[in-house]
Design a protein around this ligand. Structure first.
Ligand SMILES: *Cc1c(COP(=O)(O)O)cnc(C)c1O
Ligand SMILES: [Zn+2]
Length: 407
């Protein structure tokens, strides 16, 4: 039961068969998956959807697999939290957080794209998978390759956080540090994919990989009871997640499961790596590549593959792209922790930092239904915080010493 029909060029519309292809041979535009939505409408109802297990695979008709998933069967359906305390602090009455900091198995939204792309790699008959990663993708590919018994090659910039390196190494992939930034790692991986014929999931399987991100959007809509949010705030690295959440809303509109949406999409970046936000502010959709310099390493892509489309999506929706400093990122991580009890990584700090800025600038109004996407786990980037900010008393196991502390 496959509802995917073909790949289509985003620029010229030329159609391609469902093969491991990524760019149009005529115009070099990126290829995108298309579906037979009429057939999906005839076979899937909200009622059927409600009866299914709470994983991202409840939306399998909208994902590009021929058969059942081969790995990552339990990924997704993370909590959507009504953030009343953070909302009160920021002055928002209807704030929700989509919390992929607790996604399974590797605590980031990347588990979604990896379960789709490794399953697809297996369908295509690849026996070796890999990725070029800013950290979370490495964790997800390493874990899910191990779980499916595939050999994996994982390429990361040398300077990643300790936890992100160890949370890849533990699964025993072929893990390779590259003495350069993500953009150079990505170029190297294009060459490797061509030479070796491996499935580098975000390179030569990119159209399939990227579709996994849509499930975050479907879940937001379903968990809101099919109400459409006014605003969604999404952190951007390559810009793919933002475009795919927009696509997921369009698809549920096609299904007539939601009203025509007028959702405004807000793209969030770190000031130290803000090529998409900069293009937006310059009123251009030409992306000028930058050299990343930020603690938000998971978002440190200087030449974002989908940046051009992200700017368009944001602009057409009436939303905004903006960026926050490393200092604001850390403050936002702390604010989310003390108000909602959620510890997010630096990318989540970027989301909350930009959300705060948008409220202060009255772009986002108190009564609007607003969803902020928390895409990764704080334990992976503890380097962003300093123990000096948290002086912790040490005492003997002695009651009087405890009493003394209180005075
Ligand atoms: C990869 C990543 C993103 C951004 O993803 P893109 O689709 O490349 O824009 C956001 N948050 C986290 C934690 C990530 O690891
Ligand atoms: Zn084309």
């Amino acid at each position: 039961m496959e509802f995917t029909t073909h790949l289509v060029c985003r620029e010229c519309g030329k159609k391609y068969p469902l093969e491991p292809l990524t760019v149009c041979e005529d115009c070099f535009g990126p290829l995108e998956l298309d579906y037979d939505y009429e057939r999906i409408r005839h076979s899937l109802t909200k009622k059927i959807l409600k009866s299914r297990p709470q994983t991202m695979w409840r939306y399998k008709e909208f994902l590009p697999l021929k058969g059942e998933p081969r790995v990552g069967k339990d990924v997704g359906f993370t909590p959507l939290i009504h953030a009343s305390r953070l909302g009160e602090t920021l002055g928002l009455k209807n704030l929700y957080l989509k919390n992929d900091a607790v996604n399974f198995p590797t605590l980031s939204f990347k588990d979604r794209v990896v379960s789709v792309s490794i399953s697809k790699a297996i369908e295509f008959g690849f026996t070796v998978v890999g990725c070029a990663s800013t950290g979370n993708l490495a964790n997800a590919v390493a874990a899910q390759a191990a779980a499916s018994g595939l050999e994996s090659y994982i390429f990361i910039p040398e300077d990643l956080e300790a936890a992100k390196i160890m949370a890849s190494a533990v699964y025993r992939p072929h893990l390779i540090k590259v003495k350069n930034n993500y953009d150079a790692v990505n170029r190297l991986c294009s060459e490797i994919a061509d030479e070796k014929g491996w499935a580098i999931v975000n390179v030569n399987l990119r159209p399939y990989y990227a579709e996994g991100s849509k499930t975050m959007g479907y879940e937001i809509l379903e968990q809101l009871g099919f109400r459409v949010p006014d605003n969604v705030i999404i952190p951007m690295a390559g810009g793919s997640l933002l475009n795919k959440i927009k696509k997921s809303f369009d698809e549920f509109e096609t299904m007539e499961w939601i009203d025509t949406h007028k959702t405004r999409f807000f793209g969030a970046q770190a000031t130290g790596c803000a090529p998409i936000s900069t293009a937006f502010k310059k009123n251009s959709s030409e992306i000028q590549p930058v050299k990343p310099q930020t603690i938000a390493k998971s978002l440190a892509i200087g030449n974002p593959a989908d940046g051009h489309y992200a700017v368009q999506t944001i602009r057409n929706s009436g939303g905004r792209a903006d960026d926050v400093s490393d200092r604001e990122i850390v403050d936002a991580i702390k604010l989310l922790a003390v108000t909602e009890g959620i510890f997010t990584e630096t990318a989540g700090g970027v989301t909350i930092g930009v959300l705060k800025k948008m409220v202060e600038e009255k772009e986002i109004r108190p009564d609007e239904l607003t969803v902020a996407c928390i895409t990764g786990q704080g334990l992976k980037t503890i380097e962003a915080l300093s123990e000096r900010d948290y002086p912790i008393p040490v005492i003997e196991a002695d009651y009087d010493q405890f009493e003394a502390l209180l005075h």
